[in-house]
Design a protein around this ligand. Structure first.
Ligand SMILES: [Fe+2]
Length: 306
């Protein structure tokens, strides 16, 4: 209680000081400064409440290889956030969607934080709703205890797809679910050591006759690899995270910045038709930086394959 009284006293003191400073300005300047201050305050308040909300984005895709409808819930980039105690609000919202499978797009931890319990504890709760498939993000791969964390993720019993493909049967449809986090580099006259592994892994995935679902944290793999002729592999759908929607979403302009893509990223969030496949990029649920997301509520993605 004393803490709150002190905070309110400090806010009151700061507001009075601002009021006196504004009153000393010429009238036109004082009005402009007041309007700007009110707008900034409004953005801060709206942003705060948006960050506590959970939005659901629905996509419906007509697919030749799908005979009976399949509902996928995709969540990504939790970054240790909690929506309700033990993520109860998030779990409830996912349950409401009645998914056939749940796909986790990685970055559930923060690489800068040693503790990653929140990222692990949610997995058994997801698995109680539907079979859950997990692909790793950069924060899992570069965490200081990465190997232990990956072992802990696998120990929950979740279907961890660490550069692996699993063919599953969902409502009578065969689906090849692939989790890709392998990286390669190829330039004129240079190939890194992973190149052959990357190519043969993707070739094996593309060879499946079933519906091919690529879970890959990194949407920029589209521009880095799959849009290029030498990396041209057939699959139906790629679902990604990583961008956090471009962090700040500007009206009419979209996401502001995404790692590896820079300012005004091509693949910020939403559905994209890329060469011979579709890609959905989720805005994700959290952020590794406090309150950097603006006009960008946390997102659960629901994909209905029909
Ligand atoms: Fe992330």
């Amino acid at each position: 209680m004393n803490f709150l009284i002190t905070i309110f006293a400090k806010i009151k003191k700061a507001a009075l000081a601002c009021g006196r400073a504004i009153a000393a300005l010429p009238k036109a300047v004082a009005i402009s400064v007041t309007v700007c201050a009110v707008l900034v305050l409004l953005v801060v308040i709206i942003t705060y409440f948006q960050q506590q909300s959970l939005s659901v984005t629905y996509y419906e895709l007509e697919e030749e290889k799908i005979e009976n409808p399949v509902r996928i819930v995709f969540i990504s980039d939790l970054h240790m956030r909690e929506f309700g105690a033990g993520n109860s609000r998030l779990i409830e919202k996912i349950k409401e969607q009645a998914p056939d499978i749940i796909a986790v797009g990685g970055d559930f931890c923060n690489k800068t934080e040693e503790y990653y319990g929140t990222a692990i504890e949610i997995l058994p709760k997801l698995m109680q709703i539907a079979p859950t498939y997990y692909t790793l993000g950069n924060h899992e791969l570069t965490h200081q205890n990465s190997a232990q964390m990956v072992a802990d993720i696998a120990a929950t019993g979740v279907n961890l797809l660490n550069n692996q493909t699993e063919e599953i049967l969902v409502n009578g449809n065969k689906i090849a679910v692939c989790g890709l986090n392998m990286f390669t580099h190829v330039d004129d006259g240079f190939k890194d050591d992973n190149y052959d592994d990357f190519m043969s892994f993707m070739k094996d995935f593309a060879a499946y006759d079933s519906y091919r679902l690529l879970l890959c944290h990194f949407p920029h793999y589209s521009s880095w690899y799959f849009e290029k002729d030498k990396f041209s592999f057939d699959f139906e759908l790629m679902i990604s995270g990583h961008t956090h929607g471009g962090e700040i979403i500007l009206p009419f302009a979209g996401g502001l910045f995404a790692p590896e893509q820079g300012f005004f990223p091509k693949y910020d969030y939403g559905l994209f038709n890329v060469k011979n496949y579709k890609m959905i990029v989720s805005r994700g649920l959290g952020d590794s930086h406090y309150m950097r997301r603006v006009n960008n509520p946390p997102e659960i993605v629901v994909v209905d394959l029909k």
